[in-house]
Design a protein around this ligand. Structure first.
Ligand SMILES: Nc1ncnc2c1ncn2[C@@H]1O[C@H](COP(=O)(O)OP(=O)(O)OP(=O)(O)O)[C@@H](O)[C@H]1O
Length: 272
């Protein structure tokens, strides 16, 4: 059976959705529709529930009430995992991961193929294209651990792009990243958005991506406080409490693992 969504189905549809961990609700009663091809910023202060909302779309936080549909299917029901790409919050990568850029990005492609399949020539091309798209073509066979933090984030973006997702969800992609890396990221997002990919970016700093993100959803205490043009969103954000997230990603995501899993997880431990 195919996962093809009904014609005109939105990329994301939440109906009175409550999302949380264990049985603790964090995001409450959210109604949200993101049309295919939209580019949306998810804004809000620390702890407001942005990441939880994003993780609910990936089946990584529990849907405790209401409905969450992604690409026309209830979350967790999507069979072709590569259709949704995820760039998690800042990762930690140690020298203990001896993989090259090509290998890590290749893992992203496997998310589309199935982990037991081998990469075909067309997949290898997708990998090199994704690496080129993030401006790291000259680092293809370099060890990821030897790259800068900003370059490693671009590797994560390439890993997600290699699967050629229809929906790309990124959590704080510009945090702690220098201007050159931010510009590279903005250029990639502009390109894939123009090609029709739906883009959702959780961020504290939408300014570097303002050219591509036209709509903003502001989350405040687990509820949507604003949904409209990005240009007007700042008036609806709580001032002052933004910071860069910790220099790690939730355990359960490692750089050498596939970009996405849509299986729901219901435990609250070991996630952060
Ligand atoms: N795995 C988890 N188990 C239980 N509670 C969690 C878990 N992850 C996050 N939370 C709680 O959910 C709330 C919202 O966190 P979330 O990470 O969604 O906020 P955020 O808006 O993304 O914050 P930040 O901007 O700091 O990244 C916080 O109170 C947090 O402690």
């Amino acid at each position: 059976m195919s996962d093809t969504p009904p014609a005109g189905a939105p990329a994301i549809r939440l109906r009175r959705a409550t999302i949380g961990y264990g049985d603790v609700p964090i995001v409450r009663d959210v109604d949200l529709v993101v049309g295919a091809g939209e580019a949306v910023a998810v804004l809000g202060s620390n702890g407001s529930g942005k990441t939880t909302l994003a993780r609910g779309l990936l089946g990584l936080a529990a849907v405790l009430g209401g409905e969450v549909e992604v690409l026309g299917a209830p979350v967790g029901g999507l069979r072709e995992r590569g259709r949704v790409g995820y760039v998690p919050q800042r990762h930690s990568i140690s020298g203990a991961v001896p993989a090259t850029v090509r290998e890590i990005v290749g893992v992203g492609r496997l998310a589309r193929l199935g982990l037991l399949r081998r990469l075909r020539p067309v997949d290898r091309t997708a990998v090199t294209d994704a690496v080129a798209a993030v401006g790291l073509a000259d680092r293809l066979d370099h060890a990821v651990a030897a790259l800068s933090g900003g370059q490693q984030r671009r590797v994560l973006v390439a890993r997600a792009l290699a699967a050629e997702p229809e929906l790309l969800i990124m959590d704080e992609p510009t945090a702690g990243v220098d201007a050159a890396n931010q510009e590279a990221l903005a250029a990639v997002l502009t390109r894939i958005s123009a090609a029709g990919t739906t883009v959702v970016v959780v961020t504290h700093e939408a300014a570097p991506l303002a050219g591509v993100l036209s709509r903003a959803v502001v989350v405040d205490h687990g509820r949507v406080a604003y949904d409209g043009p990005l240009a007007q969103a700042s008036a609806h954000e709580e001032p002052g409490v933004h910071h860069h997230p910790p220099d790690r990603e939730p355990s359960g995501y490692r750089l050498d693992q596939p970009t996405v899993t849509t299986r729901p997880r219901r435990t609250s431990d070991g996630e952060r």
